[in-house]
Design a protein around this ligand. Structure first.
Ligand code: INI
Length: 159
């Protein structure tokens, strides 16, 4: 049996982070978590690019655009969608998730879903360096893992 499993060796890899400014207090902390994770795993500061978009709804478009450049091993999307009094939350969170999955499928580059979807600001802060860890760090770990896993898989047949 051949088992394929990614590791977190990162030297020489390049990553992009796309971060949503909406709920910036939270997202700033997610960005710090992600950049800390890359740095601690040996990714050079110059090998991480960061793009800010207005809100989580805009994450997929910019993530796909960056992925298509071929210059990144993975793209990490970070945002915080916090439930308000209307159904807006569902559309923003749903489209962000769907679009991020699509960006990955369309480009073949791992596009990581690091978007918090919470009922309150408190719940979001708990997951952005608070008592439930930092989902930005976790998203960067997923990026390292997927970059390494994809490198280890058998090559695709060219059509
Ligand atoms: N964007 C977020 O990232 N989080 C939210 O909680 C949010 N809410 O609740 O409205 C939000 N809305 C903005 C949206 O992402 C777009 O930027 C906007 O609709 C323009 O397209």
């Amino acid at each position: 049996m051949t088992t394929f499993r990614g590791d977190d060796l990162a030297r020489g890899r390049r990553f992009a982070i796309v971060a949503a400014r909406f709920n910036e207090l939270v997202v700033d902390r997610l960005v710090r978590g992600a950049t800390d994770c890359f740095e601690r795993h040996g990714v050079g500061e110059a090998d991480v690019d960061l793009a800010w978009v207005p809100g989580a709804f805009e994450l997929p478009m910019v993530a796909a655009r960056l992925a298509r450049t071929g210059g990144y091993d993975a793209v990490v999307c970070l945002g915080a969608v916090i439930r308000g009094e209307t159904a807006h939350f569902n559309y923003v969170a749903g489209e962000a998730a769907r679009g991020i999955r699509q960006a990955s499928a369309d480009t073949g580059v791992p596009v990581i879903f690091g978007v918090l979807t919470t009922a309150s600001l408190e719940q979001a802060l708990d997951r952005a360096g608070g008592k439930h860890g930092n989902k930005g760090w976790d998203a960067a770990m997923a990026a390292l893992d997927m970059a390494s896993l994809l490198e280890s898989l058998p090559k695709e047949e060219s059509t």
